[in-house]
Design a protein around this ligand. Structure first.
Ligand code: GLC
Length: 713
């Protein structure tokens, strides 16, 4: 339809028809109870009303959607098609590594490929919109939703955000195999106080703008079609009714004119927050804030018409919201083809195809992080007795809580990967987390123990905050019993968050962070353990030494009383703890491989940066080992003195390079004035003249640096 046809349609719609377009009902209203992603609520809607909804949440399957779409359109006075939206977070039925694992790949383009594949599968199943990418900055591992994020750094999350949008949407969402993407959760959800989900946030405006908003802005600039509001408050105002956040910052500041949808019943939750007296007031405030769709709450469906009829909300606001939704449906091509790509034939050939399964394995190859290796890995596949201990070694609950539609029968467990790929390995399994005679004796009689520990799906994701982020109950005791029996332990950890593994890491001879590796990701773990794959994952979220350090990130500040990082003991009257170090156990960008990469000194083509000009900073990286590998070369910059304090380092460049054994490559980064901008003392986004340090190296602790200055002339 043309824009004028859309306007004509809008002008012909009744007020109640318009209001119904602003409502999203859950698939359970239509008999789809397999996926509940929010709290149960007393919210009954008569079927004929439900069938006039503008959009549906968590409903999938080409045949089912076709049937429901027909029922909805037949009940619509103007036959307006519904838009079907759901959570395709890291894959539809082929599950890819969790976003925190994708972050650890330090390869944003990989996420573009994964998002493209996920879109093809979900589009074939009739889905039109995915509630992804989730880009919330995650610096507190107590928060279970850090699993859904690519980590702690604004710049890196921004690169992943834009690549996810490009992967899902392509150049035109009407194209076959494309989904409209929805960036979430706007905004600052990762900063919930104490890491407790749904809690308030307490951020300075500058931290909010300089750090937390960056990845959302990148998604908007990448053309994301929808934004989802967050459950938390910003400046003590719930996001879903926060006019300054939604209209001033998002719509005006970021020039976002797409569809703004609330999170699950988040508009109604303004009443629980104590920022609305009832659902009518919540609806009024959300509409004034510019929220177009009310996800699964009764605020809009029960109150919008009387609010307009009583002159409390101007009908123009409703019209604007409805027009944005009609435009989205039009961009998806739903007026011409209300089923878009839904096809039972395509479902059979696209979903879980070999190409996608291989992609899930290749992605895991790049996402798994080798945290420690005292020469124990890689293991020999023959002639050594190996004990694999732990229930997760044969569990399918290691693919992440948001793998809502995963085909469990296709998930490869670590045991099945070992059995299939390394049939000659002498492996004895004890698939239990309890300390038992069998586990101890098997460990004792083995040359090497692989302790398979960590979190299964139930420990992370939404509503899964943990105050104690050590290993789940009983696992540390099991580990210590195995350690008593045999000190040659490789610990393989599953999980969706950085765990406090200080004691385990100290005792293990090798530690592999597997995250939630996806449908075929365990093949990759097996290949890394036996040396067929050279691990290249790097941490995009710090592993704290202790939960007491949280929130922790490399983007820290010097303070007025900085502690020298090389000093391990407590120092009086400087910023440090009596009982633990300041630094995390494993820092941002950290990860080992089976080879060694040597960096040359940084060279600059000049050391004065004029505004409008640029500096080229280069290093040569050499693979000095005997195994081909991939190295994530990182550029960090520090503004040494400014009108406000600036982080000690900020990631400003990344290039993941493949280096064959013995090969060397020169990697260069272009430094520009735009990279140095921040919100200054007057909250203006600009750079300031003065001295800067830049580093190029393998992680945030590299000392390979050079100095330059920014000057006005
Ligand atoms: C959930 C989540 C959000 C998800 C939505 C729809 O509560 O917060 O990430 O997209 O509801 O399932």
């Amino acid at each position: 339809m043309t824009n004028s046809q859309l306007k004509e349609l809008l002008s012909d719609m009744s007020l109640s028809e318009k209001a119904e377009q602003l409502v999203q009902l859950h698939g359970r209203f239509f008999g789809n109870n397999d996926v509940i992603t929010g709290q149960e609520m007393e919210f009954i809607v008569p079927e004929e009303t439900a069938l006039r909804t503008g959009s549906v949440l968590s409903y999938h399957g080409a045949g089912k959607i076709r049937e429901l779409q027909d029922r909805i359109m037949s009940g619509q006075p103007h036959k307006i098609p519904a838009v079907f939206m759901t959570d395709i977070i890291h894959g539809y039925k082929t599950i890819f590594p969790a976003p925190i694992a994708q972050g650890a790949s330090f390869n944003p383009e990989l996420t573009k490929k994964l998002s493209e594949a996920a879109a093809k599968e979900a589009a074939a199943a009739g889905v039109h919109v995915t509630f992804s990418p989730m880009v919330d900055l995650s610096r507190d591992a107590r928060w279970g939703r850090c699993y859904e994020s690519t980590g702690e750094d604004p710049w890196l999350n921004a690169r992943f955000a834009e690549n996810a949008v490009w992967g899902y949407q392509g150049k035109d969402i009407k194209e076959k195999g494309r989904l409209a993407a929805c960036v979430k959760h706007f905004a600052g959800y990762g900063a919930v106080l104490s890491g407790r989900d749904y809690n308030v946030t307490e951020l300075s405006e500058r931290t909010f703008m300089d750090d937390y908003l960056v990845p959302y802005k990148a998604a908007v600039e990448a053309g994301v079609k929808l934004v989802m509001t967050a459950f938390n408050t910003v400046d003590r105002i719930p996001c879903s009714i926060n006019k300054k956040l939604m209209r001033d910052i998002l719509r005006d500041g970021m020039c976002f004119n797409g569809v703004l949808i609330s999170d699950y019943a988040a508009i109604a939750e303004a009443v629980s927050h104590g920022a609305a007296g009832d659902y009518a007031e919540a609806a009024e405030k959300a509409m004034l804030a510019g929220v177009d769709i009310d996800m699964v709450s009764q605020c809009y469906i029960n109150n919008l018409v009387p609010l307009v009829e009583n002159g409390i909300i101007p009908e123009e606001l409703v019209d604007e919201a409805v027009m944005r939704i009609l435009i989205l449906k039009n961009e998806l091509g739903l007026f011409e083809n209300p089923y878009k790509d839904g096809s039972e034939e395509d479902e059979k050939t696209i979903i879980l195809c070999d190409e996608h399964k291989k992609l899930s394995r290749d992605a895991a190859n790049e996402s798994i992080v080798l945290l420690k290796n005292d020469g124990l890995l890689p293991l020999k596949a023959k002639g050594k007795k190996i004990a694999v201990i732990g229930s997760l070694a044969d569990s399918k609950k290691i693919i992440g809580a948001w793998s809502l539609f995963a085909e469990k029968s296709h998930i490869i467990t670590l045991k099945s990967a070992f059995d299939e790929l390394y049939p000659d390995a002498e492996i004895t399994y004890v698939l239990s987390d309890n300390i038992c005679e069998e586990a101890v004796s098997t460990a004792k009689n083995a040359d090497t123990v692989i302790a398979v520990l960590g979190e299964d799906d139930s420990f992370t994701g939404e509503s899964a905050s943990r105050a104690d982020i050590t290993l789940p109950k009983g696992q540390t005791e099991l580990f210590n019993a195995l350690y008593e029996a045999n000190e040659n332990i490789c610990t393989v950890l599953y999980g969706g968050r950085p765990l406090v593994i200080t004691e385990i890491a100290e005792k293990s001879k090798a530690v592999v962070m597997a995250w939630f590796p996806g449908t075929c990701g365990n093949y990759s773990i097996a290949d890394i353990i036996f040396g067929k794959v050279n691990p290249s994952g790097r941490l995009s979220m710090s592993f704290p030494y202790s939960a007491g350090q949280l929130p922790v990130s490399y983007g820290r500040f010097n303070t007025g009383r900085p502690k020298d990082d090389s000093v391990k003991h407590f120092v009086q009257f400087v910023s440090n703890y009596l009982d633990v170090p300041n630094l995390p156990l494993y820092h941002f960008g950290y990860g080992l491989s089976y080879t060694e990469y040597e960096y040359s000194k940084v060279t600059l083509d000049k050391d004065v940066l004029n505004r409008g000009g640029s500096i080229t900073a280069s290093v040569t990286v050499k693979n000095k080992g005997s195994m081909d590998g991939m190295e994530a070369v990182q550029l960090y910059i520090r503004d040494k003195s400014a009108s406000v304090v600036r982080p000690l380092r900020e990631l400003r460049g990344l290039e993941k390079v493949h280096l064959s054994a013995g090969e060397e490559k020169t990697v260069s980064f272009i430094i520009t004035e735009e990279m140095l901008r921040f919100y200054d003392i007057n909250m203006e986004y600009k750079s300031e003249d003065g001295g800067f340090t830049l580093w190029i190296g393998p992680d945030c602790m590299t000392d390979n640096s050079e100095e330059f200055i920014l000057t006005a002339d």
